[in-house]
Design a protein around this ligand. Structure first.
Ligand code: FES
Length: 112
C-alpha cells in the first residue's frame, strides 16, 4: 500500500492508502488525509487541493488539461499538482500551502 505524507503549516500526517486512492475523495469521507488536506470542487477547477509534490512525483501520470488550466505553467514548474485529479499508486510526499492558491484561470461560467 502506498504511504502518503502530507505537510501543511508545520503539521504532518502520514498514512497508508489502498492503491489507486484519490486523496480528495478520501478526505471527503473523513478518512486520511482528513482533516489536514484542504479541497473544494473535486473537479479540477478551484485549486484548493493543490499540493507541491516533494517526493514521488516521477511516478505520477502526465499533467491533465484541468491541471494545466487551473495551475498554469508557473505552478506546474514549481511541482504543484491537483490532488483531486490524481489516483495514488506509489509512495508520495506532499506539501500543501497554508493559504489556498487562486486558480490560474478562473473556471468558465456555466449556465446552470
Ligand atoms: S478540489 Fe477543486 S481543484 Fe481539486
Amino acid at each position: 500500500m502506498p504511504t502518503v505524507v502530507l505537510t501543511k503549516g508545520g503539521e504532518t500526517l502520514r498514512g497508508e492508502v489502498p492503491e489507486k486512492t484519490n486523496l480528495v475523495v478520501k478526505a471527503g469521507i473523513k478518512q486520511f488525509p482528513h482533516p489536514l488536506m484542504r479541497y473544494g470542487c473535486g473537479m479540477g477547477r478551484c485549486a484548493k487541493c493543490a499540493c507541491r509534490v516533494v517526493a514521488g512525483g516521477a511516478d505520477l501520470p502526465e499533467v491533465n488539461w484541468k491541471e494545466n488550466r487551473t495551475l498554469g505553467a508557473d505552478r506546474l514548474a514549481e511541482g504543484y499538482r491537483l490532488m483531486c485529479q490524481l489516483w495514488i499508486t506509489h509512495d508520495i510526499e506532499l506539501v500543501q500551502d497554508v493559504d489556498p492558491i487562486a486558480p490560474a484561470k478562473p473556471p468558465a461560467e456555466t449556465n446552470g
